[in-house]
Every structure is written in C-alpha cells, then in structure tokens.
Design a binder for this molecule. Structure first.
Ligand SMILES: [Zn+2]
Length: 316
C-alpha cells in the first residue's frame, strides 16, 4: 500500500474515559448531598434540551458554581454526577426555551454537545460528564409522569430514580443500545450515507438493538436490512456513550458473506463498498472527491481506521 497516508497517532474518541467517580453510595444520603452542593469546589453543568450553557472564555468553561446557576433560571431537575478528583459535580436541567434565551447574554457561550465535541470548545475532560448529565437530564425530561399509571413522579436518589407516589412503581434512567458496525469482505468494507449527513460524509451502518436480540444478531439484522448483505463473524471493537439522547454505541466489525448490495432507500441515501486505500484517504481528508469519514469524536472513525490499519486482522 505505497500511497496510503500516514494517519498519525490515534485521535481521542469523544465522551469516553470519564474521570468521574460516580460515588453512588452518596445518592441516598440527603445530608451528604446538601453538603456537596455547598462545597466550595462544586461545579455544575447546565443543560437545556440539546444546548449546553457555558461561560464565554477562549476555551469555554462549562462549570458554574451553585451560586452562579441562580442567574440561569430555575432548574427542572438536579442530578449528582459524582466526584472529579474529589470535587462534586452536578448537572441541572433548564427548559430548552430558557437555554435558547440565554444566547442573548454575551457572557455566556451556548452550543449543542455535538458541536462542542467536534469543534473542541471545552477541555476534553468535560465531555464524559457532559454526556452523563445530558443523557440523565433528557431521561428526566421525558419521564415526569409514571408510564404505569400516569401520575407525576418524584425525583429521588440524587436524580438516579423517579418514584411514583400513587402506584409505587420505581423508574430508573435508561440507556438504549445501538449497534454500529463495519461489514468487511477482504480488502473492502461497506459504508452508507444517511440523508441527514453532511454531503461528503460516509459512515458505518447502525441501528437500535431490539428486545430479545443479542448484539451479534442485531449487527447481522441491521446489515441485512440496510444493505442486503448476510454476515458471519461479529467481533466487538469498543463502545461509546452517545447522549443524543440516551444511546450506548456498541461498535463491531463483521464479516460480509456476499458482494451484492441491496440498499434500503428508506433508511439510507446510499451505501457502497470502499477499499482500504479509499478509507485511508477519507480519514486523512485527502480523498480526490472530498469524501470523508465521521470526525474522530465518533466511534465510526476509529472502527474504519482499525480496518485501514489491520485489514481482516480486526477479527483476531
Ligand atoms: Zn404510577
């Protein structure tokens, strides 16, 4: 492969390697939580819908003191995220419209979490707790009423549970498993395009795992549904929290058993085969037609890079 570009050191995947100690033993201790909220080192992430509220410095600071949060408006929920080197971390949920209105303040920087990660607007150590806070607050925003009886539910356990006072049902925050996979045959792999992608971007196929399915079964079903290709071996690669709103991406490589693609045009704009050299050019942003992979914050980037570097050895 004489023309393959040097991809350099591996970039950092977004939202992973959290340094937060979740300190779950404190969640039921109201007196301890009250002290943590008063702690001089406490930092609070403020999120409204898709928007993260930050202080408007050159490298934006997403942490507020508890006193500073008063000027952001009333919080619908507060979640104890854990301890960062012993410093308490909380997330507060603002109404999406209230966060949008804060854009008028020039001492604040308001951006969505995808942009924050892709553009590097904050120190990378903030991305995992921001993902934790955003997913938790999104869960709260959609579970204010009991799915069992319809009554308003109450936040308990520092935000890690909602209880129904009428039917006594308890509700825990949920994470939705999504399989994301790179189907490989020899020197080629399948990439697809969703209509909502940037015009030049191609990525791995992906879809929600369904109830009653293993990860391997979900991978094979999704590739068959979206690209008409049967698959054999499935090898786990890595996982990534994906707080849009509450997913866990489960990255796998899988062995394609046939060549002819039958693209599901309801799901995808297109899908086709790419060889390792073409993938390498896309990763390096040197493709002659300007085609690209997703950025390094996304697990797809790393799954494609692993195939470029290792070929079918990804299965060993
Ligand atoms: Zn209920």
């Amino acid at each position: 492969m004489p023309n393959r570009p040097d991809l350099g050191p591996p970039p950092r995947l977004g939202y992973v390697e959290s340094s937060i100690d979740r300190a779950a033993q404190l969640r039921g201790d109201d007196a301890a939580l009250a002290r943590l909220w008063q702690n001089a080192r406490t930092g609070v992430y403020a999120i409204g819908g898709e928007l993260v509220v930050m202080k408007n410095f050159a490298l934006a600071d997403p942490l507020f003191s508890p006193a500073e949060t008063a000027s952001l408006g009333s919080a619908r929920e507060r979640v104890f995220l854990g301890l960062a080197d012993g410093a308490p971390r909380f997330g507060i949920g603002l109404d999406a419209a209230a966060a949008e209105a804060l854009k008028a303040r020039d001492d604040l920087n308001i951006a969505d979490l995808r942009s924050i990660a892709v553009l590097g607007l904050v120190d990378p150590s903030h991305l995992p707790p921001l993902a934790e806070a955003k997913a938790m607050l999104a869960w709260h925003a959609h579970h204010r009423f009991c799915p069992n009886c319809g009554s308003p539910t109450q936040v308990v356990q520092a935000g890690w549970r909602r209880d129904c006072p009428v039917c006594a049902a308890v509700h825990f925050p949920r994470t939705d498993p999504v399989v994301i996979m790179l189907a490989i045959k020899g020197e080629r792999c399948v990439l697809g395009r969703s209509r909502r992608f940037a015009p030049t971007m191609w990525s791995c196929l992906a879809g929600f795992a369904e109830p009653g399915e293993t990860i391997e079964e979900a991978v094979r079903r999704e590739v068959l549904e979206e690209a008409g290709i049967g698959c054999g071996r499935v090898t786990y690669f890595a996982s990534q929290p994906w707080p849009f709103p509450t997913s866990l991406m489960i990255g796998c490589h899988t062995e394609a058993l046939s060549d002819t693609l039958v693209v599901d045009r309801d799901e995808l704009e297109d899908a086709r085969w790419f060889d390792r050299d073409e993938c390498a050019a896309m990763l390096a942003r040197r493709h002659p037609d300007g085609l690209t992979t997703p950025p390094p914050v996304a697990i797809a980037h790393h799954m494609i890079r692993s195939f470029v570097e290792n070929g079918c050895d990804v299965f060993h």
